[in-house]
Every structure is written in C-alpha cells, then in structure tokens.
Ligand binder design. Sequence first.
Ligand code: AMP
Length: 512
Amino acid sequence: MTSPDANLFSALRAGFPADLDTVAIATADATPLHYSWRDLERGTAMLANLLDSLALPAGSRVAVQTEKSVEALMLYLAVLRAGLVYLPLNTAYQRDEVAYFIGNAEPAVVVCTRRSFGWVSRLAFAAGCTHVFTLDDDRSGSLLQRAAVHSDRHAPARRAAGDLAAILYTSGTTGRSKGAMLTHGNLLSNARVLKAYWGWRPGDVLIHVLPIFHVHGLFVASHGALLNGSRMLWFNRFDPRAVIARLPEATVFMGVPTLYVRLLGEATLTRAACAQMRLFVSGSAPLLIETFDRFRERTGHTILERYGMSETVMLTSNPYEASAGERRGGTVGFALPGVGVRVRDDAGAPCPTGAIGNLQVRGPNVFQGYWRLPEKTAEEFSADGWFRTGDVGRIDAQGYVSIVGRSKDLIISGGFNVYPAEVEASLNELPGVAESAVIGVPHPDFGEAVVAVVVARPAGAPDAAALVAELKLRIANFKVPKCVFVVDALPRNMMGKVQKNLLREQHRDLFA
Ligand code: AMP
C-alpha cells in the first residue's frame, strides 16, 4: 500500500479559495501588482516543470539567495511542488558565508541575484553545482525566462510526511551555522496547529513584511495565509509609515520586536488605524514589556508573543482566545497543542514548577537533525528523545513559558550562575535606560565577569556609576555588572536578535 501524499505544497494549495481569480497577493509598491490564486498555481507549475526538466536526483537542494519578492515565494512553493529541498539564505550573507553554505549543502541548483551571479556561480561550479539561475525583485533574471517556456500544469510530486522539505541554516548568533532539516510533516503539522490556534478565518488579510529566508516570514506568515486562502499585502521591505497606512485593509500582522518599536515611532499609529486588525504577532526575539505595554496603550491591541526556532518551527504561543487565558507580556505563552515543553536542570533532572532550567521540546514539528552532523544531532537530543533547545526558561503553575536566555549566554562568575535576562530586566527598569544587553567576558579572578551594554533613552544618557549603585540595591552583588557601557544602539541581526557574540568579542580583553 502506498502512503498518503503529504506534500506540503498540495496541502497549502488545498487551502486556496474556490475562485482562483481573486487576489492572493497584492504588492505594496507605488505601482502595485495583483497576483491571483491562479497566478500562484500557474507560476509555481512552470517553475516546478523547469526544476523537473533538470532531472535532479531525489533530495536535491535548491539554494536561494535573492531579494524578497512574490516570485521568490513562488520559487519556494515550486521547490516543494517538485519534491525538492528548499534552502533559503539570508540576503546579508557575504562571500565567505555563502561559500560555506554551498560547500556544506552541495545544492544541485543555486538561485541568486544578477548582481551576485559572477561570484556565486564560481562558488557553485566549484562545488559541483551546474545549474545557477538569477532572479531579481523586478521579475528579471534567467529563472523566470527559463520557466516561461514550460507548461503551466504540473502534478505535484508525491511526498511522505518524513521527506525533507527544507534546510534552514540557524542564524548563528553563537557558533557556526548548522542546517536544520525540516520535513513536509514538520511544516504542515505546525501550519495546521497555528491556523486553529490563532483563529485564521475567512476574510483575513495578512500584512507580510518579514524576510522570507527565515522561519518567521517563510513558514509562519506565508503558510498561515496560504493554508487559509487569505490575501497577503506584500512588502518587499519594511516601511513603518507605509505599513500603518495599509492597516485598515488588513486583519493580521506578524513582526519581530524591532518592527513594533519602529511602528510605535510613528505618530500615525493610532487606535483608529488599527480598528480593523484582529491580531498582532511578535516573535524571533524577546519583546520588551515596555513595547508590549506601549503598543496596548496606543492601539488597544495586545501583542501575541510566540516562541519558536529554525529547528522546531513554533513551540509556544500566548493564547488567541480570551477564554484560554490572558496574553501575558514577558512570557511566550503556552506549549502549542501537540507540542511538549519541559524544564530540566544541567544533570537532566526535572526542575520544580517555576524554577529556571533548560527548555526541552518534542512534537511533530521537531526537525530531523542537523544536515550531515549526526553526532551533533545526537548530542542535542535527550536519551528519551526530547530536543535541547539551548534556551533557558521556566514554566509557571498555569503553564506560561518564559525565556530567560540562551544557555550559551549563561554567565558563570565566581562560580555563580548569572542569567543575563534577569540583569537586563533590572537594568531596563532604571531611569534613562531604553534597553540593555548583558554579557560575560573573561576575568582573571572570576572566570567570567558580568558586563552590561546599555542604550540610553533619547531624553538623556544615564550615568554608568549611578546604574551600578542602583542595581546593587536590587540584585545580588555577583550579578551586578563590573562595567557598564552606554551606547547608541545594540548590534542586531536582520531578525532583531542582539548579536551578543559581537559584544563579547568587542569587550573580550576588558580585564586581560
Ligand atoms: P531562529 O532559529 O533564528 O528562529 O532563532 C531561534 C531562537 O530565537 C530561539 O531559540 C530563542 O532563543 C529566540 N526566540 C525566538 N522567539 C523568541 C521569543 N518570543 N522570545 C525570546 N526569544 C525568542
């Protein structure tokens, strides 16, 4: 007996509305383009036929480093449709990084911009890849030219739930980036859970502003809209003012915390502007309580914060329905249906309710392992099959999960454990502090010393000595930073994550 088809593309397509001539995606450009569901159907068929015509071996990777565009989204869908493995690359990656990914993943097809074709194709050919196409965000490039001669009908490849759909290289704020292998089943189970949990409904319109090389924009946002047959208002780039102007046409917005801060920076963000909206989702990095509160005061909407990672797609979410509980700022909500989340100490023993420990997870969403790293993969799973997220957190008696930090960010100073997030929370409450990042740097006596990097509020920079004095009244002495630096901004990657590795590097020799 053959197993039922579990191709993610086919499942997403089943969510398209009956009338394929309605608008699926409208771009937010000055001269907007309107893509119907039929355009998506035909465009992905032509691209899938092009991929089929290359007669690639099963499991071939298609690596893509292009600017965001609707065509790039179609390429992702076409790779699923053809049963190949999609490998998106952050547009910020430079030559050495791309060389590493291409060498590591050995893609059969590489798609890049016309500008980068020279050096990318040399890297690809050197790694044995013979198919390099170009795609720019103005619909130019060889990919679409080549696809145009192919049929607009295509029978999606049959795939089992356990077949690979995508490899996402982790964003690498610590250590070298690893390829997380996600299956059709991982992605579809998560998309279905989120559709129900976040109450996707007919008439929803999603404002899509996130990059599509990352789990948040590619999977959470796009799958949500496609599976629900919902229109997307498509921004290739985030422009807070332009987004606010379009809120009255939309119902759902998904962003990373920095995007919310930028929206709040616009006077046009008002209750009236958000009157049609039903859901604002935040994730990928911690949302400051202050942003959460200010957004609620300004718009009347309570941001729903969720937590996930490349290896697992979404794990927890604050409730959508009020009957399931309040959306609690500073927490990432409850484990999603079907997902297990538990807290273990460093020896692997269960932690008491509310105690801080290592977050471990399991569920149909959890990835198959790191690409070509079986030993690293085995290390990251417990003996009873739970994935060690590397995040440190706690679960309270009601089931709300809070993230306290990354285990690799944990500072051990003079033998005491210091959780950066706790020190950051105390610092952020002090006058003059907009936000902060706390790191550990080598210290001859303490092993590591706690150091804080603080962003001042526009009203005036705080005095570092005064901050230290105030902290001494609030938290244990071993947690108080030995040094406080006041800066204009923290280094962040494109998903809004603070790059603590850069800060650690910068201050490495402070106590040498
Ligand atoms: P990535 O694989 O790039 O999506 O990064 C995943 C990591 O981002 C997680 O392991 C967390 O450390 C962090 N993260 C994601 N969502 C949140 C959140 N809502 N709050 C705090 N950290 C988060």
